[in-house]
Design a binder for this molecule. Structure first.
Ligand code: FAD
Length: 416
């Protein structure tokens, strides 16, 4: 029911057919709103889930301003498919198009943007159902708006989202591939404002020093040709898992530096190319940790992280580094100014110990973990990193009557 098949916890899901049915379902609690389960941990798991899947209507669109109102169960992929041909695109998209508007707001998701923005930066208004059953419109600037952005489904059910789309001239991006010679150059390149979007991939499986990486930068072009990547079915790999990823990474790295035109789907959602790629990690499942390191301490902190990975003998199958100029206006929004590193690991015995050591290291450098990704984070590290804002969020939950009524396995784990 989450993306990683870990942790595996008992859940029961209901799919209300419309907004009235959601309101009726709120009478019986505890529960948790659920989008498409693209979260990597227990943030989207709870004994009773209320799915937004059938809240799938677009309600209004203003061609002049790009302002779209839609129900919370509409996915970013559906928005792109309908609006890209008309020259509009969501300004912030995560690494998969499968997330819903409700899920994107509730995690205040970030993209590869080179500006200090997150998904909620472009959201103007939310229509929510509070735990009391009251239906409320929450506007940007309201105290509740800041809480619902990154609110992890713990304050109420988001029914509708009003958000601005950006104008684009075509579906292609001009993409540059650069190969930094070492970690220092990698950090410098990521910080250069060279394009609209940027991201780095590190081949830590073949070289844990961090010296094999590729920086990708991209900006929308005027090339006016339709493009849409048709996902391929994911087939059981013919080689042992680790060997296959090593080979894939080696080939990917071997492609030289250069410039290409890429369809938006390949640039923003590369993994969506294989339908159900998460089954690659079965039967055990996998986990991802993503943490943010403050800018000034990032060079030292990152080399410590790499040393720790090296000494643990556990290497991530995927490592993605991003630079964030800021953003994240929600109380529990993850993004602050700094570098974030996302690491995917298959589940193995030594992993919990490595996660504990990583957590101490990240906290020691004043960093923080992303709450829809990390499955191991302790209460101490959570409150240590999110501090007063976590306390404020908790207080608000009590005032709204959400504590005990809107609960996830994550909220229990972190004492929220
Ligand atoms: C391949 C992949 C790549 C990713 N890349 C990124 C990335 O680059 N950047 C990033 O920020 N994230 C990324 N993510 C994480 C993903 O964007 C978030 O976990 C997102 O919240 C998932 O949305 P969802 O609709 O599936 O919601 P779910 O996973 O179902 O739920 C996520 C949270 O939102 C809450 N929620 C969902 N719907 C509602 C609602 N209607 N009302 C109130 N609360 C609600 C849930 O209670 C839960 O706490 C990625 C995930 C995958 C699988």
């Amino acid at each position: 029911m989450n993306w990683t098949y870990f942790p595996r916890l008992p859940v029961y899901a209901e799919t209300p057919p419309n907004e009235q049915a959601v309101a009726a379902a709120l009478k019986e609690t505890p529960l948790l709103p659920y989008g498409r389960g693209r979260c990597y941990n227990d943030a989207c798991l709870s004994p009773r889930l209320l799915k937004s899947e059938r809240l799938g209507y677009l309600l209004s669109f203003d061609e002049k301003t790009g302002l779209l109102e839609a129900q919370a169960g509409v996915t970013l992929g559906e928005i792109v498919e309908l609006f890209l041909p008309r020259g509009f695109f969501p300004p912030v998209v995560p690494g998969t198009a499968g997330v819903t508007l409700g899920g994107a707001v509730s995690a205040d998701v970030h993209g590869k943007n080179d500006e200090p923005v997150t998904f909620c930066s472009f959201v103007e208004e939310l229509t929510v159902l509070l735990p009391s059953g009251e239906r409320l419109t929450v506007k940007k600037g309201d105290e509740l708006f800041k809480a619902f952005c990154g609110g992890l489904g713990l304050l109420g059910f988001i029914l509708r989202v009003k958000t601005r789309l950006r104008r684009v001239k075509g579906a292609f991006l001009k993409v540059k591939r650069l190969k930094p010679k070492d970690l220092d150059e990698l950090l410098t390149l990521l910080k250069e404002p060279a394009a609209e979007y940027s991201v780095a991939w590190l081949d830590l499986l073949n070289d844990p020093t961090g010296n094999r990486s590729i920086v990708l930068t991209g900006s929308f072009t005027e090339l006016n040709r339709p493009c849409r990547l048709k996902p391929l079915p994911f087939l059981k790999p013919p080689l042992p898992r680790e060997l296959l990823v090593r080979l894939y990474d080696a080939l990917y790295y071997a492609r030289g530096e250069g410039e290409t035109l890429e369809c938006y789907a390949r640039f923003f959602f590369p993994l969506d190319r294989w339908r159900g790629w998460n089954r690659f990690y079965l039967p055990e499942g996998f986990t991802q940790t993503q943490f943010l390191l403050p800018e000034e301490k990032a060079p030292e902190a990152l080399s410590e992280v790499l040393k720790l990975l090296s000494s643990s003998g556990l290497r991530p199958y995927l490592a993605v580094l991003k630079y964030h100029r800021g953003g994240g206006e929600g109380l529990l929004s993850f993004i602050r100014r700094g570098f974030s590193l996302a690491l995917d690991f298959p589940l193995t015995e030594g992993l919990p110990e490595l996660m504990r050591r990583l957590e101490r290291l990240v906290l020691g450098y004043g960093g923080r973990h992303y709450l829809v990704k990390d499955a191991f984070l302790s209460r101490r590290a959570f409150y240590g990193a999110y501090g007063e804002q976590a306390d404020e969020f908790k207080k608000l939950r009590k005032e709204l009557g959400a504590a005990g009524r809107f609960e996830s396995y994550l909220s229990t784990r972190l004492g929220l």
